[in-house]
Ligand binder design. Structure first.
Ligand code: CP
Length: 327
């Protein structure tokens, strides 16, 4: 696989390869010298057309830990402001000798379009989707899976690792590329995934579309328009940010009302498995989708571990793509 654009067609072998490679890099990151020479001489360009804190810095650090040279682009300070097109921007980075491009854009399909252009030009450049509109965020879902697997106390991740586990994904599902990528990865790993949100943020058509696009996941995906059934006996609860910037005003709920109905709090976690853990991809609206004290809880909240896992997982992706394939 030259590009990583979506998890919809990821195989069990590919998940296992990424997770096992990430485990090796996690060990490297505990050493005093946290760097390996694997991608020496290669160039990784982070082309971010939409804001990011975690993903951009994490890919940059991952590339640096692999000894690659990094180029960081932010649309707001680039020649995009003078009218240069996205494809011409990508071709400019190609002409500088870029080997891998990490792309974030507010429109779905932009990383795919750049990957298609690289393939058309017949150049060996790998494209990684770092979040495209409401479509997918593969590296986030892979780091979420790695964070969950890290708690499982097994030597090697395997496809049935999450068999029998119930994972609730709660919040603004409609606008969430993180939810879409996680639905693929978590169901492929054997988990039952329960989505919960108000109907405006979880239209029935969305669930029907996801199910029909891959009938395999139908029996593993459940939809709830109230919180309680999703939380009962859940092993993991993934909360999602209300993406106000993607909402037309009629979709935006009152934040107080939303917190009352769907906010994750310590009290609500009493419905879950006693060992439940909470994830959030960030950035967080504190006190809206998750209570501030729960977010900071060092045992219940995996939010910091997710960020830490991100570096090892992105090292794994860059390493595997730099070697020509994932899986
Ligand atoms: N989770 C995530 O994608 O965060 P950033 O927008 O900060 O990259």
């Amino acid at each position: 696989r030259r590009h990583v654009l979506s998890l919809a067609d990821f195989s069990v072998e590919e998940y296992n390869t990424v997770l096992q490679t990430a485990s090796s890099f996690r060990e490297v990151l505990t050493r005093r010298t946290k760097k390996v020479p694997t991608l020496q001489g290669q160039v990784v360009a982070n082309l971010f057309f939409e804001p990011s804190t975690r993903t951009r810095s994490s890919f940059e650090l991952a590339a640096k830990r692999l000894s690659a040279d990094t180029l960081n682009f932010a649309a707001s300070t680039s020649s995009i402001t003078k009218g240069e097109t996205i494809l011409d921007t990508a071709k400019t980075y190609l002409a500088m000798g870029t080997d891998m491009m990490v792309i974030r854009h507010k429109e779905a399909g932009v990383p795919q379009a750049i990957a298609d252009e690289m393939d058309r030009l017949n150049v060996k450049v790998g494209v990684l989707n770092a979040g495209d509109g409401q479509h997918e965020h593969p590296s986030q879902a892979l780091l979420d899976l790695f964070t969950i697997c890290s708690l499982m106390d097994v030597e090697k991740p395997r496809s049935t690792l999450l068999e029998g586990k119930k994972i609730a994904i709660v919040g603004d599902i409609l606008h969430s590329r993180v939810a879409r990528s996680n639905i693929w990865s978590l169901t492929a790993s054997g988990a039952e995934v329960h989505l919960a949100a108000p109907p405006t943020l979880l239209p029935k058509e969305f669930a029907d579309f996801v199910k029909t696009s891959n009938p395999e996941i139908s029996r593993k995906l459940f939809i709830h328009w109230t919180l309680e059934p999703a939380l009962i006996d859940a092993d993991f609860v993934m909360t999602l940010r209300l993406q106000k910037e993607r909402m037309t005003s009629h979709l935006l709920p009152s934040l107080r009302e939303y917190h009352q109905q769907f906010g994750i709090t310590r009290d609500r976690l009493k419905l879950c498995n006693p060992d439940v853990r909470v994830l959030h991809p960030g950035p967080v609206n504190r006190g809206v989708e998750i209570s501030s004290d729960l977010m900071d809880d060092p045992v219940l909240s995996l939010i910091s571990q997710q960020v830490t896992s991100g570096v090892a997982v992105r090292m794994a992706l860059l390493y595997l793509m730099g070697g020509g394939k994932v899986g």
